[in-house]
Design a protein around this ligand. Structure first.
Ligand code: HEM
Ligand code: HEM
Length: 172
């Protein structure tokens, strides 16, 4: 969405992404929820997501700034038009659908950790937080599936390796 073709994913975005992805998958599939690791991993995700949000609102530059990927109606229309006409698309920054998924993933991750914490310390019980924690985790997993499929599909369609860009920072 940004027009800066020299744009790069900075280290906060990149390191944050792979750490959050790894910690999320570890908690979803490998850690024992009764053990401390599960909880530390969850709190670490919260810390990294909050740091990313603060960074995106303050010192981040180019496509790393949150203001560069606000999923507005105009952005969606423009994105769809460019896709339909198979225009050489500006691949720097998150597209508006990616942006929607990203904000949903951030919100989901924060809620997931919050519900796990509430359940573990029995802070409230007006609903079944264990169930909610489980359902949120599965919902997020589904969204991650869509996210990764979309990344692969867009990489093929635009002939730009988006995964490589999220590892090394450069788009081209
Ligand atoms: C393991 C396979 C994964 C791959 C290959 C992958 C790849 C990517 C890529 C290429 C982007 C940048 C997309 C773009 O160019 O707009 C991205 C962004 C993002 N992904 Fe993933 N991802 C993976 C897993 C995950 C998981 C498990 C989560 C969360 C639970 C996640 C959350 C995010 C978020 C929040 C962003 C936005 C990053 C930011 O701006 O800080 N990803 N991912
Ligand atoms: C944010 C990342 C997190 C993920 C991906 C995650 C994922 C999961 C998963 C998959 C389960 C098993 C659900 C089931 O099949 O019963 C679970 C259970 C649990 N989690 Fe988390 N969790 C996270 C964070 C936390 C945090 C921060 C805490 C507490 C401080 C926590 C506490 C628990 C507890 C106590 C259970 C046992 C629930 C039960 O009774 O089944 N989780 N979590």
């Amino acid at each position: 969405m940004s027009t800066e073709s020299s744009g790069r994913w900075d280290i906060v975005t990149r390191a944050g992404h792979w750490l959050v992805a790894g910690l999320f998958l570890a908690n979803q599939f490998f850690t024992d929820p009764e053990e401390s690791w599960h909880h530390y991993f969850g709190y670490s995700i919260v810390a990294i997501v909050l740091l990313r949000l603060i960074w995106g609102l303050t010192f981040a530059r180019g496509p790393n700034r949150l203001s560069c990927f606000i999923p507005s109606k105009t952005a969606i229309t423009e994105h769809l038009r460019a896709l339909r006409q198979r225009e050489p698309y500006d691949t720097v920054g998150h597209n508006p659908f990616g942006a929607m998924a990203i904000y949903l993933m951030w919100a989901g991750l924060l809620l997931l950790a919050l519900t796990g914490w509430i359940e573990y310390y029995a802070i409230a019980n007006f609903i079944d937080f264990a169930d909610l924690h489980e359902v949120l985790g599965e919902g997020l997993l589904l969204l991650v599936g869509v996210h990764v499929s979309a990344v692969i599909a867009m990489s093929l369609y635009q002939r730009v390796n988006l995964i490589r860009a999220m590892i090394f920072g450069r788009f081209r």
